[in-house]
Design a protein around this ligand. Structure first.
Ligand SMILES: C[S@@+](CC[C@H](N)C(=O)[O-])C[C@H]1O[C@@H](n2cnc3c(N)ncnc32)[C@H](O)[C@@H]1O
Length: 449
């Protein structure tokens, strides 16, 4: 494919992403599946352009409106084509002449620029990514309605915290102690595959891949189940659950099994681990991963809802229950830049209601003296500290629930330096402070009564 054809494919894919409400990665997979003639190099170039535009969405949109206004074309709509034009001029510093040559209207190339597009392009040529008049919500690619929440949370650090959420995230691996002797053994196996990973600071099982593309599934270390892709922060949630050999453990929102794998490794395959979810499809997807990892103590259970009869039948039956709750995913925006623009206040309200209901139901499963670990990959207080506080209001007196100082749990279960202060009641990880995705984890203990 020549450059112009790649650009047209990127414009087409952006158009599809914009017209459906599903996540961009699913739309992109379907797009490429139905165009098998697009080779891997072309696919990568198209995806790079599309993800670049998604990452710079608000800024490019702002610039398009600014230039349309300057060109006396106020009503002009910002199309996928116009965003790509703006991206080429602003991010790639392309000049108008080469832009005209790409938008040639020849076979497979984008149509020639309209008069309005040409006027906008003239004004965008030579601009940098930001403009002094851009509001902070635009500069940091945050929906207007969420920005004040981040300001309240991060205060003076708002800019640096949000800036750290803009670039692409690194790829982390968790060393699978069911297969690899230890982290050094996994490092050596990857090195033998030509992959120079480095050890992470917080997770004792974490490895970080070098920037650039590593074709992990083709490595022997991956095929042998020595490593699994998992953000360092996610690894820490499984570790903080402190699931030990011989325990009875539930992974209540197990999904495709990311944390289940970590829990099974912590248990050394000894004891009972039930992976629940309301999505049969997601649970099914965990099967192959569990097999590759050599996790044998896991039973999968599809729930009709969080208050499925199975929950009532197994009340007070488990030492540990992990609730890795469905959430807005604001902590994973580095990986899913389109998620920023698919979120609405209504969805946040709906999710916080579901989180409370899931917590209330999952707590039934915990034995007296056992633990309920609540985690999200969100940074919003409504989904995190507010949920824990409301849970304690509902159950502290009735059932003796309390929240454990997270560094106490960390010392016993993780062993590296705890990144929070000794009194912190929850682990809060952010890309700026910890180099991980954004995560929240609180460990609640049920009274002995
Ligand atoms: C954050 S994801 C879990 C990710 C998974 N733990 C991992 O580490 O790969 C949240 C999961 O909660 C599930 N879920 C949503 N509503 C639920 C409910 N009422 N009860 C149990 N699981 C639910 C979703 O299907 C989704 O798989």
């Amino acid at each position: 494919m020549h450059d112009a054809a790649r650009l047209q494919a990127a414009i087409d894919l952006l158009g599809e992403i914009e017209s459906v409400s599903r996540p961009a990665d699913g739309t992109a997979s379907a797009f490429f599946r139905s165009r098998r003639f697009i080779g891997s190099k072309d696919r990568r170039a198209i995806a790079d352009r599309v993800w670049g535009v998604l990452r710079r969405w608000a800024r490019l949109t702002w610039w398009c409106h600014w230039a349309a206004q300057g060109a006396g074309r106020e009503g002009m709509s910002v199309t996928p084509r116009l965003r790509v034009i703006a991206d080429l001029l602003i991010t790639d510093h392309l000049k108008v002449d080469p832009l005209d040559r790409l938008f040639s209207g020849q076979t497979h190339a984008p149509d020639r620029l309209s008069a309005a597009e040409a006027a906008v392009a003239d004004l965008l040529q030579g601009r940098s990514a930001t403009h002094p008049d851009m509001p902070p919500a635009v500069r940091f690619e945050v929906p207007d309605w969420i920005y004040p929440r981040f300001e309240a949370l991060f205060g003076a650090d708002t800019d640096s915290e949000l800036a750290a959420m803009l670039p692409e995230a690194p790829v982390d691996l968790r060393v699978n102690t069911l297969k690899a002797q230890d982290r050094d053994a996994a490092l050596a196996a990857l090195a033998a595959d030509g992959v120079e990973a480095s050890a992470t600071d917080l997770s004792p099982l974490g490895l970080r891949l070098p920037a650039g593309r590593v074709n992990l599934p083709t490595t022997q270390a991956f095929k042998d189940g020595l490593v699994e892709v998992q953000d360092e922060g996610s690894q820490l949630i499984a570790l903080l659950t402190d699931a030990r050999p011989g325990m009875a453990v539930v992974d209540f929102c197990a999904g495709a099994g990311g944390k289940t794998l970590g829990l099974a490794a912590g248990m050394g395959n000894k004891g009972r681990l039930i992976a629940c979810d309301v999505s049969e499809g997601r649970l099914d997807r965990s099967a192959a991963r569990l097999k590759r990892a050599g996790a044998h103590n896991v039973t999968r259970r599809v729930l009709s809802s969080e208050s499925d009869k199975w929950v009532k039948r197994h009340a007070k039956g488990f030492d540990r229950v992990l609730v890795d709750a469905p959430c807005t995913g604001t902590g994973t925006w580095r990986r899913n830049p389109d998620a920023r623009w698919r979120l609405s206040p209504e969805q946040l309200d709906d999710l916080t209601r579901r989180q409370a209901s899931i917590l209330d139901s999952a707590r039934r499963l915990v034995k007296p003296g056992g633990r309920l670990v609540y985690a999200t990959c969100s940074l919003l207080p409504e989904e995190n500290a507010d949920q824990v506080e409301a849970f304690l209001e509902r159950w502290e007196d009735a059932e003796g629930w309390r929240v454990l100082p997270v560094c106490e749990v960390w010392e016993a279960a993780v062993g590296t330096n705890c990144p929070m202060n000794n009194y912190a009641t929850a682990l809060r990880l952010t890309p700026a402070r910890h180099g991980t995705d954004g995560f929240f984890t609180a460990v609640l203990e049920r009274g002995e009564g």
